[in-house]
Design a binder for this molecule. Structure first.
Ligand code: 6R9
Length: 654
């Protein structure tokens, strides 16, 4: 469905339908100013996909143009074969050459409240010096450098400095444990580690260097540890191995020639969030990845030179890589970077930041939106959010209830919301609205972007025209992963073995009569209750639809009669009591919304849910708890305390 298909007369009814969670038409004003404002881009891409991607690759600066757009030896793709470029050059040098050196790149705010404004010139200088410093320590093209840092500008400098000299960065989220860090350093055989003395989170000081030390003792490949002074806390510096960042860059020369990288040279390895099993080192290369993130930054976020963009993700997550560092910086965007948590010192910190910097485009995760809903509207209401013109969501399916709340209370009923589906593996957004073109449906990521061929398949691999099934991608795209680091077999088996020639992302999806995609979460999470497939996400969405529920996580537990029964972990909104009446009400509510088959057998009220740092619920752990098993891998869990509390609670109620 396109805007053109909805007549003006219809449009009024259509906007009323928003109440019923149906559709939202982009306003004429938004459409007129949008970079992409007509749908011909889809047809152009479909007509000749390679030419189309070639055109978007051409928006980057290349030292040498490619000879061939795509070499596809299923499942191994090479994009822009023979082309040479450098990611740091594309994010910095080329802007300076156009006279944008004094443009603000980053408004940074530390959790305790200090601020920094960094221009593209500032970042260019910092990156060049660090690049020279790293070179001086013996880092060469192809070496892996691990980065374990808080959300401070030096994290971006470190990534771009690696890119400048052709070293491969592997960023490990600063909240991960010593074990997670160790596992990733070992898998990547990293020679260098860049970290900080500490960082701030929820008013506390994290002991990053101490954790890094514990990890590095067991990592013989690490030659040097570079330490940024952030908090000034005491840290132990091991002689010969550890160096202060500021001492290294102070001595370094001002200019470092960017390494001409082959389009297919590795840019980074990023370990997936690991909601299931052992983390995989996802490999991204230079030319295709940059093309994908740069193009989607324009299409989806409609970013223009005067925008103030804020992506709240951590840099240690793929969203931070693609939509803080490489996508926005390739376009000389001005953005906000915030170090800490949304409730420090109060629950309006995010809105205070939006107000202060006049953020125009805001990109966050459903888990955060549901938390804001739970905290209540008084927090955003107390701030001026009128600068916002576009909102985004990523990380999980956004339930219609949260979508509408986000639209009304953050987007003052005006901002389109782009629900962006993608993965660490896909590198850039693949299914999403283009806000000046697409009619939105709350809860749907809408349609595959131009140049992306997504389908919904049955288990047997037949295309589903309308209905539920498995999401798959029919053809390669530039920013796709090039493999799992050091494990081609696992790459083939995980992503390419389900149906011939198709990429399987592991997600379930529904397609509706308008060809809109509704993501249903990981297929591992789909429950089989008395012979019916029920997605955890649908039951969660039904629960959150009830006015008393803030958030929920649903899992299937073994049931002798039905095969699986449904257990729901529920967080109530403030002011609601978790009693037996609430229990009955909610069970009845789900039965009414979806059908008796989906009625939860058990509801467990809780104050928190176990999540990864990027906000995904770790259902695997909830299943373990609900079935009384020993807990599996918890290294990617954000807060291990949550699990202990939940276990006690479940045992109490069982
Ligand atoms: C970017 C990111 C990927 C998985 C993905 C899917 C879920 C992400 C979503 C979404 C529904 C969206 N996911 N965005 N589900 N709607 N808009 O999250 O990467 O951490 O690798 O996770 O997240 O299940 O397969 P990553």
């Amino acid at each position: 469905m396109t805007k053109q298909e909805i007549s003006r007369a219809q449009r009024e009814t259509v906007n009323v339908l928003l109440e019923e969670n149906r559709v939202f038409v982009p306003s004429d004003a938004f459409q007129q100013q949008a970079i992409i404002h007509d749908e011909s881009i889809y047809a152009e891409a479909a007509k000749d996909r390679e030419a189309f991607w070639g055109k978007w690759a051409g928006e980057l600066d290349w030292f040498k143009k490619w000879d061939k757009v795509l070499d596809w030896q299923l499942p191994f793709a090479q994009w822009f074969v023979g082309g040479k470029l450098n990611a740091s050059y594309n994010c910095l040098d080329r802007h300076l050459k156009k006279g944008l050196g004094n443009k603000t790149a980053i408004f940074w705010e530390g959790e305790p409240g200090e601020t920094k404004r960094l221009t593209y010139n500032d970042i260019y200088c910092a990156v060049n010096k660090l690049a020279n410093g790293l070179k001086g320590l013996g880092v060469i093209k192809g070496d892996r450098v691990a980065i374990y840092m808080p959300m401070i500008p030096e994290t971006i400098f470190a990534m771009l400095a690696c890119a400048r000299i052709g070293a491969v960065h592997t960023v490990v989220f600063g909240g991960f444990s010593a074990d997670s860090l160790k596992e990733r350093i070992k898998d990547a055989q990293a020679k260098f580690l860049i970290t900080a003395d500490g960082g701030y989170r929820k008013g506390k000081v994290l002991a990053l260097k101490e954790t890094a030390d514990q990890a590095v003792v067991e990592c013989p490949t690490i030659e040097h540890v570079l330490v940024v002074r952030r908090t000034g806390q005491d840290v132990l510096m091991r002689q010969g191995r550890d160096l202060w960042y500021h001492e290294l860059v102070d001595k370094a020369a001002d200019y470092c020639e960017p390494e001409p990288m082959d389009a297919e040279d590795m840019l980074y390895i990023l370990y997936t969030s690991g909601t299931t099993g052992k983390p995989k080192g996802i490999v991204h290369t230079t030319g295709g990845y940059l093309t994908g993130v740069a193009a989607t930054t324009r299409w989806v976020f409609d970013i223009k030179p005067e925008d103030i963009f804020w992506c709240t993700a951590d840099v240690g997550w793929v969203t931070g890589h693609s939509y803080i560092v490489y996508g926005p910086m390739a376009h000389a965007v001005t953005q906000v970077m915030y170090e800490g948590s949304p409730d420090y010192p109060q629950r309006d910190r995010f809105w205070k930041i939006v107000e202060k910097y006049k953020v125009t485009i805001f990109y966050t995760a459903p888990t955060a939106i549901r938390t804001f809903m739970r905290w209540g509207t008084q927090w955003p209401q107390g701030c001026n959010l009128s600068s916002l013109r576009l909102l985004g969501s990523v990380g999980e399916p956004i339930n219609p209830e949260a979508w509408v709340w986000y639209h009304q209370h953050i987007g003052h009923g005006q901002c389109p919301i782009v629900d962006t589906w993608w993965q660490t593996e896909t590198g850039s957004i693949l299914i999403s609205p283009i806000p000046g073109v697409t009619v939105l449906k709350p809860g749907s990521a809408t349609k595959p972007l131009p140049g992306i061929e997504a389908v919904v398949l049955t288990q047997e691999g037949k295309i589903v025209e309308k209905g539920g099934g498995y999401l798959a991608l029919k053809s390669p795209w530039p920013s796709m992963l090039r493999g799992i680091y050091g494990d081609n077999e696992r790459y083939k088996k995980t992503y390419w073995s389900r149906w011939p020639g198709m990429y399987f992302p592991g997600d379930g999806a529904k397609i509706d009569a308008d060809g809109y995609f509704w993501l249903l979460g990981r297929v591992d999470d789909i429950m089989l209750v008395a012979g019916h497939n029920i997605s955890t996400m649908e039951v969660e969405s039904a629960l959150v639809d009830h006015p008393s529920v803030a958030e929920s996580a649903v899992v299937g537990i073994t049931d002798e009669i039905k095969g699986q029964a449904i257990a729901a972990f529920v967080i109530l909104k403030e002011g609601h009591k978790p009693d037996s009446q609430a229990d009955e009400t909610l069970k009845g509510h789900v039965a009414k919304k979806i059908g008796a088959i989906a009625r939860p057998q058990k509801i467990i009220f809780t104050a928190e849910l176990p999540k990864t740092r990027s906000g995904k619920i770790m259902r695997r752990l909830l299943r373990d708890i609900a079935e009384g098993r020993a807990l599996g891998d918890v290294t990617t869990l954000a807060d291990t305390h949550v699990i202990e509390v939940l276990k006690e609670k479940y045992q109490e109620e069982a």
